[in-house]
Design a protein. Structure first.
Length: 727
């Protein structure tokens, strides 16, 4: 165990994290000039955001139904100066006025296309089709702030095999995507959609001529294979994949023609538009390369050839992991899922992503190169992405990431960058030739500890005692954690949506069991486990010392610092606790196998309770109950059946998607009240900004956005639009 004490220095900017609610479409912010001794700060910003909610493509006209929520923000600005440190605290009062209008936009005239020089050379040599033949007839057109130039590499740091989302948030594909600030959703891999039948039927148009990264056409056959042979296959997915199902039921699929299909649900699916950007993983993916995956599917593959694949197994080296977590396969399901989850192992897997993985996960230097068949262009007709390749260098821990950032070795990275590093990052900006952008978290919590509700050891009876969890919670000094680990930029809170959000359950529940009350903790623990050993640590009913072992991995923000400080607070009330830092991949395997008492967490889906593919507040996610999660995912064939209360809690998450917004908001509040009062997560601090280190050589990187899981940050920075000015 090690400890760190950080001192506040440099300039600290606390960004207001409440201005963009999930439904917000238009914001105006004005902060008047503020005089500070020795300097003057002027903050003046006006932002207008137009949110495409529904897109209909008819010949040469695009009809966009837009919903504006005009937000009037009253701000109180308090500025304090302490040793050259400027801290702005902005309090907001939000008032909403909803306005709807229909806007008709003329379709873009036919354009000519350009491509990267490395691809033009392949075309000239006859090894690649011309760019106009590789693009669909209706490509995705991105309106970039600055027309970029081609070439160069973007370098990031990653934690080797367990850090799969480091790449998959950067190079990904989904039918739709969020705007950078999360305020709106717009079509991406599909050309558009219509909603009819009272919100039950969603009709999609696919892009005509889109291709997979191996050059094969992406057609309606891939859509049907994804739905009928993957998502609907009970061998592969015993329960319906969460994002595309409603109340556990898959929709009725109808093929209309070669470019159009519909999904009809048994109820209105109010949240589907916001879930579409998250259908980029697992059984929820709308597009699957049928021509490739059929060789691993029992219904299509030759039986002898498929058995040979199963017998060969995953063929991994020591630095890699299998999605199935098995060194040998039991049958075709294991083989299929291994290749199907291609971001783990199979570099031959065709993708629709901007970049194609060329090495396997876990290697010291992981590389992804531009996809010559990527189906997007900028407004001038330049095929995206601009950057040739992504390079991910394997590092051991977050401290190495901070050092690489300070040295200017990272092109663009916020993942694994700690807020406690902000002052030293600021001090070295000129030397490292980078800037530091602060992207706030939308809500939830940035550091917490979950006690395993399924733990089989004698400690488990205490983990399942709500008063025990509450006692541990009030024993923690969150204000000190906030100052040390997050430089005072966060908010001690439970894992709630942000204040002002329509799902926010109220201040009472945002602060439930978060006040620092060590005397109350002592009283509660005395009633539960009054006996102590000679060192003052509490004993369990069997006479043994209670010892909480937390399986850690050094991943985000101030996890290690927060947990270390909480351990000291728990020791002060007689609870012995330790933590073991593990590799993320090993941690994930151990948690899923129910081998860990507790784990660190961030809860980053609050506010998207019914608009998240797999909400983290749900028992199905497995944050605090790996065996209950396995039972739900497997349809009752694996894991452990949850108690009735937890089943009902899960059912509420399913029900909310089919409710009108006002009813859904009330149900979400009920969920968060139960979540906070039950202390399923011992939450420390939330809503902290994330420092994003961006090279001064990079163009089109947004100054502001929200850092949040449903937005797939940094995917909401639109990585395919980034470019390097000097290569």
């Amino acid at each position: 165990m090690h400890s760190r004490k950080m001192r506040l220095s440099g300039v600290l900017l606390v960004l207001a994290a409440l201005a963009a609610l999930a439904a917000v479409a238009c914001t105006t912010e004005v902060v008047k000039e503020v005089e500070v001794p020795g300097e003057t700060i002027i903050v003046e910003k006006e932002v207008v955001k137009e949110v495409p909610v529904q897109v209909v493509v008819e010949k040469e006209v695009v009809k966009v139904k837009e919903v504006e929520v005009q937000v009037v923000v009253e701000k109180e600005v308090v500025v304090e100066v302490v040793k050259e440190v400027v801290v702005e605290v902005i309090k907001e009062v939000i008032k909403e006025v909803v306005v709807e209008r229909i806007v008709e936009v003329e379709a873009m005239a036919e354009m000519t296309y350009q491509e990267a020089p490395m691809l033009a050379q392949l075309v000239a040599s006859g090894l690649l089709d011309p760019v106009e033949d590789r693009l669909p007839s209706n490509p995705y057109v991105a309106t970039v702030e600055e027309i970029g130039v081609y070439g160069g590499s973007l370098t990031r740091a990653y934690f080797c095999p367990g850090d799969v989302w480091n790449l998959k948030r950067y190079s990904r594909t989904a039918p739709a995507r969020f705007t950078t600030d999360g305020a709106g959703v717009f079509p991406w891999a599909v050309a558009g959609w219509e909603v009819s039948n009272g919100g039950k039927t969603w009709t999609f148009e696919i892009r005509d001529g889109m291709r997979w990264s191996d050059g094969e056409p992406a057609t309606m056959e891939d859509i049907k294979f994804a739905f009928f042979d993957v998502s609907s296959n009970e061998v592969l997915f015993p329960t319906a994949p969460g994002a595309i199902s409603l109340e556990g039921q898959l929709p009725e699929f109808k093929e209309i023609d070669d470019l159009h299909f519909s999904l009809t649900y048994h109820k209105p699916f109010y949240s589907f538009a916001k879930i579409l950007p998250q259908t980029d993983m697992g059984g929820d993916r709308m597009f699957q390369p049928a021509h490739y995956l059929k060789q691993f599917h029992e219904d299509y593959a030759d039986a002898f050839e498929l058995q040979a694949i199963v017998d060969a197994g995953p063929n991994l080296d020591a630095n890699q992991i299998a999605f199935t977590h098995k060194s040998e396969w039991d049958g075709w399901r294991d083989a299929f899922l291994h290749h199907y989850h291609a971001y783990f192992e199979d570099t031959n897997f065709p993708v629709l992503d901007p970049w194609i993985l060329k090495t396997r996960y876990g290697v010291q230097r992981m590389i992804a190169e531009r996809n010559p068949y990527y189906w997007g262009v900028d407004q001038a007709g330049n095929q995206l992405p601009y950057i040739d390749r992504l390079i991910f260098n394997c590092v051991e821990n977050a401290e190495v990431v901070q050092l690489k950032a300070i040295a200017g070795e990272l092109t663009a990275q916020g993942r694994h960058i700690k807020m406690s590093s902000y002052p030293i990052l600021q001090e070295n900006r000129a030397k490292g030739n980078y800037s530091v952008k602060l992207w706030p978290n939308f809500g939830g919590t940035d550091s917490s500890v979950a006690l395993n509700q399924n733990w089989k050891g004698p400690e488990g009876e205490y983990f399942r005692n709500v008063d025990f969890r509450r006692a541990l919670s009030v024993a923690v000094n969150r204000d000190l954690i906030n100052e040390v680990a997050y430089l005072g930029t966060g908010t001690p809170r439970t894992p709630m949506p942000p204040p002002g959000h329509p799902e926010h359950p109220g201040v009472k529940y945002e602060k439930a069991w978060t006040n620092y009350e060590p005397e109350l903790a002592m009283q509660m623990l005395d009633a539960i486990m009054p006996d102590k050993d000679g060192d003052g640590f509490r004993l369990m009913s069997n006479g043994e010392r209670f010892s909480l072992e937390i399986g850690m991995w050094d991943g985000f923000g101030g996890w290690l610092d927060s947990t270390e400080m909480a351990i000291l607070d728990w020791e002060a009330v007689g609870i012995h606790a330790t933590m073991t830092v593990m590799h993320r991949a090993a941690h994930g395997i151990a948690w899923g196998a129910n081998e860990l008492m507790a784990q660190p967490l961030r809860m980053s889906s609050a506010g998207f309770t019914f608009a998240d593919a797999n909400p983290q507040s749900d028992v199905k996610y497995g944050h605090f109950s790996p065996l209950w999660s396995a039972w739900i995912h497997s349809g009752g064939t694996e894991g452990e059946e949850p108690p009735a209360q937890m089943k009902a809690y899960h059912e509420k998450h399913l029900l909310g998607r089919s409710l009108p917004p006002e009813e859904a908001n009330e149900l979400a509040k009920e969920i968060y009240r139960e979540y906070a009062d039950g202390v399923f997560l011992i939450s420390f601090v939330g809503m902290t900004p994330v420092p994003v280190v961006v090279s001064n050589n990079i163009g089109n990187y947004p100054d502001f956005g929200y850092n949040y899981w449903p937005l797939r940050t940094p995917g909401n920075a639109m990585p395919e639009q980034l470019f390097l000015r000097q290569r």
